[in-house]
Design a protein around this ligand. Sequence first.
Ligand SMILES: Cc1ncc(COP(=O)(O)O)c(C=O)c1O
Length: 390
Amino acid sequence: MRSVYLDHAATTPVHPEVIAAMLRYFNPLYGNASSVHSFGRDARMAIDNAREIVAKAMGAQPNEIFFTSGGTESDNIAIIGTALARQAKGRHIITTAIEHHAVLNACAYLEKQGFEVTYLPVDAYGLVNPSDVNAAIRPDTILISIGHANNEVGTIQPLAEIGAIAKAHKVLLHTDAVQSFGSIPVDVNDLQVDLLSLSGHKIYGPKGIGALYVRRGARPQAIQFGGGQERKLRPGTENVPGIVGLAKAVELAMQEREERNEHISRLRDKLIAGLLTVPEVTLNGHPEQRLPGNVNISVKYVEGESLILSLDLKGIAVSSGSACTSGSLDPSHVLTAMGLSHEEAHGSLRLTLGRDNTEADIDYVLEVFPEIVDRLRAMSPLYNKLDREE
Ligand SMILES: Cc1ncc(COP(=O)(O)O)c(C=O)c1O
């Protein structure tokens, strides 16, 4: 059976060149970067080099990059660490209703500690209005955290505009750029962000590695304690192979980005056009301001979970925003914040493309999809009831 992977927003295959770059740092270059002997020095050199590559890719200085275990940890350090560092100034944080749970649950934790969090709404496309950000800023606001591109619907926020507002009010701005970094241009100075999270496994790098950019003067308080690694902001023996792999993935993304995007967005447009020919299928997210690889649709009268399982039986891997990893049956908080009904949110499907997808993959999905929708709708009491009424 054909196998088509369309879940690149969840994770990506590791690029062969990334694997090749990492291998030596398992063996023979397995030193601990804190050791003074040659093994340690080799590891340290690899980390320093990786830090330069990651910094350059976003217009930062190497000493503004801190390696972490991934997007989740970067978000936690940025949000909880900033709250702890700045609480004498104020205890108010602004974010949006559509953030990733790494941001939302860090904010929820802070609320339990007595911080106040404003969750800004979004429009029908998932866009935050910069004037809402401006209006929400108070004298005690210490941090704004707004994701650069949404992981479910791919909507890209007007972050540079929000950055200008944050700067004018001297409030720190954090962005979760886990989905955007490596895919669209991300420059910390153009965007005027103070803290930025990224993750290796979304950009053809390994899992369990990420980075946090911290503008000079915006240092959060540490939330983990141990040795002096990562200048005491993120202690613990460095994941040298992971760091080397992340840097290689970043390097490749910078070299190949335009070529990848041309290929991916062409396939995406073909996929969207084909899916929308099925009656009562609608596109979620912004038609233009969206990530090159993101497709998110709602299929009326059908459960997203049933669609995923049926597509999986045909070898097609996709995901849905309808049920989160906790096993909850709550509809996607992103889609409901965009104004979709529970039914529309439950019938949602996310298909995210990557560099290895081909035209034949898309043709196969477009061949299989209408048959599956027809079959599921035929079993749907809602759809049948409607039929009878007509
Ligand atoms: C927007 C966003 N933020 C954070 C994360 C978490 O990143 P990681 O898996 O590296 O912890 C993800 C991954 O699902 C994501 O999509």
